[in-house]
Design a protein around this ligand. Structure first.
Ligand SMILES: NC(=O)c1ccc[n+]([C@@H]2O[C@H](COP(=O)([O-])OP(=O)(O)OC[C@H]3O[C@@H](n4cnc5c(N)ncnc54)[C@H](OP(=O)(O)O)[C@@H]3O)[C@@H](O)[C@H]2O)c1
Length: 230
């Protein structure tokens, strides 16, 4: 069975992806922060990992579980995310920029490093960093989005991380891409959210199946198709 590790799998898009992959018969490692959430997932056949992706022990906790199971890891989805919907420079607290960077960028870095040895063992390993249209520097500069500084800056940083990781890890046949999942009806979702997480989760799993592993590293628009300018 192929295996997937999904961060932020307790609710929202992460939870929907977990349910989708379990339905497809994959071995699933959901990373959740709350041990009660992990306990509630036990019966579903997955192997929960309790970890906070901003904590320094996350890498060890993830590696220990993957090591104990020993299987190759086909897919890592760096999905954990936060948003404080404060708009404009006056509301852009430096602490918020820091906390968003820690989750969206450092969390993805930590989890990718933890998963790397098991990704290497898979036939077509893939890392999907769940990004956002709001991380596009090109679209922001063109007037597309007014700033939630902390979120937008963190997603732009995560996009650069995606490109850096892909350049290095493609030598090990591990591809790393960014995916904007659409406008989802979750706590992170914007006012114009129009898509149920389950619909996007199904689309993502189909898209991962189809993705040409020789495709360029890009920021893919899951629900609309095509790519979003970095
Ligand atoms: N919703 C949208 O329209 C939209 C659009 C573009 C991109 N995204 C991205 O999609 C991803 C999923 O967001 P969502 O919409 O599903 O929001 P959500 O329902 O709020 O889910 C976010 C998940 O991330 C987890 N998380 C947050 N900080 C974490 C940490 N430090 N360590 C481990 N887990 C952590 C949360 O855990 P707890 O349950 O413990 O809080 C939660 O399970 C995010 O990266 C978001 O930026 C969403």
């Amino acid at each position: 069975m192929p295996a997937v590790l999904i961060t932020g799998a307790g609710k929202g898009f992460g939870r929907a992806m977990l349910e989708e992959y379990l339905r497809r018969g994959w071995t699933a490692y959901p990373v959740v922060r709350d041990s009660r959430v992990a306990a509630s997932l036990e019966g579903s056949g997955c192997r929960p990992i309790v970890a906070d992706v901003v904590a320094s022990d996350a890498e060890g906790l993830i590696a220990a579980t993957l090591d104990a199971c020993g299987d190759p890891l086909d897919l890592l989805v760096n999905n954990a995310g936060i948003i404080r919907k404060a708009r404009g420079l006056a509301a852009a607290e430096p602490e918020d920029l820091e906390s968003h960077f820690r989750v969206h960028c450092l969390g993805a870095l930590r989890c990718t490093r933890a998963a790397r040895p098991w990704l290497r063992r898979a036939e077509r390993p893939l890392v999907v960093n769940v990004t956002s249209r709001f991380g596009s520097i090109g679209q922001t500069a063109a007037g597309g989005f007014r700033g939630i500084y902390a979120y937008n800056v963190a997603k732009a940083a995560q996009n650069m991380l995606t490109a850096c990781l892909d350049q290095e890890l493609r030598d090990e046949r591990i591809r790393v891409v960014a995916v904007h999942p659409g406008r989802l009806r979750t706590t992170v979702g914007a006012a114009d959210a129009d898509t149920e997480p389950a619909v996007a989760a199904r689309a993502l799993a189909d898209w991962v199946d189809r993705l040409d592993r020789d495709a360029p590293c890009a920021c893919w628009d899951l629900m609309r198709g095509g790519v979003i300018e970095w």
